[in-house]
Design a protein around this ligand. Structure first.
Ligand code: ADP
Ligand code: F6P
Length: 323
């Protein structure tokens, strides 16, 4: 069990997200306040297996709350999916006197945390992903910054689309989740919003909509999308069918970078301290979430089984606003 004078570790894993540094800082400060030592594991589970550790002190986490990226670096480590490597990770932790790990990442990273917990090493997960695709929480570290970055970029694309009376397909990130696309669709006043959860590949419907809105005098047509396949070839097909110049813009990795917003700094900080609190209480195999205005923790196995879909009402409103 993790208690005063003991050593805990923290790592960031999977796709990085703005606000991960704020969470790391909070873990270190909260643990230091309880008289605990913190080791940073660099490069996620890969770094754990390579014993790539750094001492994290109050001093060396100062001035990172405002920074994007993650000071601990992040990596994918496919070999960690086997129990053999997980057990190796537990042994390494024992060797270094680590009594538990705070894992900041997405659902893949929680699977690693669950396996470590089952193998005897207490782990607490924090939701670190720009995709907002973790079912047990309404907030994930990095989403707010990513959605603001995408929104600002889309505003700019919209400006030039208007000048040239073009149609623009703008691809955002999110993997299988359409939250960035949905939020930007509303925030940027997009004319069409295509989400992986909802898009039925009916291109004719989009073509008709573009022709209709051009007749109404709209000088641009913004299609905000994720998970639609190849946006450049879609742009070519739309241009051929409508006679309206159409371009594709893929926003890409810029959405994972940049200084975190106040929301990401704030929530990540509360969650980091919360993780230390529940670890000291002896909890293990838990993931921290934010639901109905409260921070809560959930069993990782239960959290992994939960499902999250696009809120129907919010989607209906978004569609209504594209007309
Ligand atoms: P995310 O955490 O953002 O969902 P990934 O799915 O890539 O990102 O997972 C990050 C890392 O978590 C993987 O590279 C691997 O080390 C570990 N991981 C993923 N799935 C599992 C699993 N089923 N069992 C154990 N570890 C896993
Ligand atoms: O999970 C975050 C994310 O940026 C997704 O939106 C995207 O699909 C994926 O990671 C890209 O992963 P990679 O860094 O492996 O290209």
């Amino acid at each position: 069990m993790c208690e005063k004078q003991k050593t805990i570790a923290v790592l960031t894993s999977g796709g990085d997200a703005p606000g991960m540094n704020a969470a790391v800082r909070s873990v270190v400060l909260a643990a230091a306040a309880k008289g605990m030592r913190v080791l940073g594991i660099r490069k996620g589970y890969l770094g754990l297996l390579h014993e790539d550790f750094i001492e994290l002190t109050v001093k060396n986490v100062s001035n990172i709350i405002n920074l994007g990226s993650t000071m601990l670096l992040s990596a994918r480590c496919p070999e960690f999916k086997g129990m053999e490597k997980v057990k190796e990770g537990v042994e390494i932790c024992k060797k270094h006197g680590i009594c538990g790990i705070v894992v900041i990442g997405g659902d893949g990273s929680y699977r690693g945390a669950r396996d470590l917990s089952v193998a005897g090493l207490p782990c607490i997960g924090l939701p670190g992903t720009i995709d907002l695709d973790i079912a047990c929480t309404e907030y994930t570290i990095g989403f707010d910054t990513a959605v603001n970055t995408a929104m600002q970029a889309i505003d700019k694309v919209k400006d030039t689309s208007s000048s040239h009376e073009r149609c623009s397909i703008i691809e955002v990130m999110g993997r299988n989740a359409g939250y960035i696309a949905l939020w930007c669709g509303i925030a940027n006043g997009a004319e069409d919003i295509l989400l992986p959860e909802k898009y039925d590949y009916d291109e004719q419907e989009i073509i008709n909509h573009i022709i209709e809105s051009r007749k109404k005098g709209k000088t641009h047509h913004i299609i905000n999308a994720e998970g639609i396949g190849h946006s450049t070839s879609m742009a070519r097909r739309i241009e051929a069918a409508t006679g309206i110049e159409t371009r594709a813009t893929i926003l890409g990795y810029m959405q994972r970078g940049g200084n975190p917003t106040a929301i990401d700094r704030y929530y990540a900080s509360i969650m980091g301290a919360y993780a230390v609190d529940i670890m000291i209480q002896g909890k293990t195999n838990r993931v921290v979430g934010y639901k109905h205005g409260e921070f809560e923790d959930f069993d990782i196995e239960d959290a992994l089984k939960m499902e999250k879909g696009i809120n129907e009402y919010q989607y209906e409103v978004a569609k209504l606003l594209t007309i």
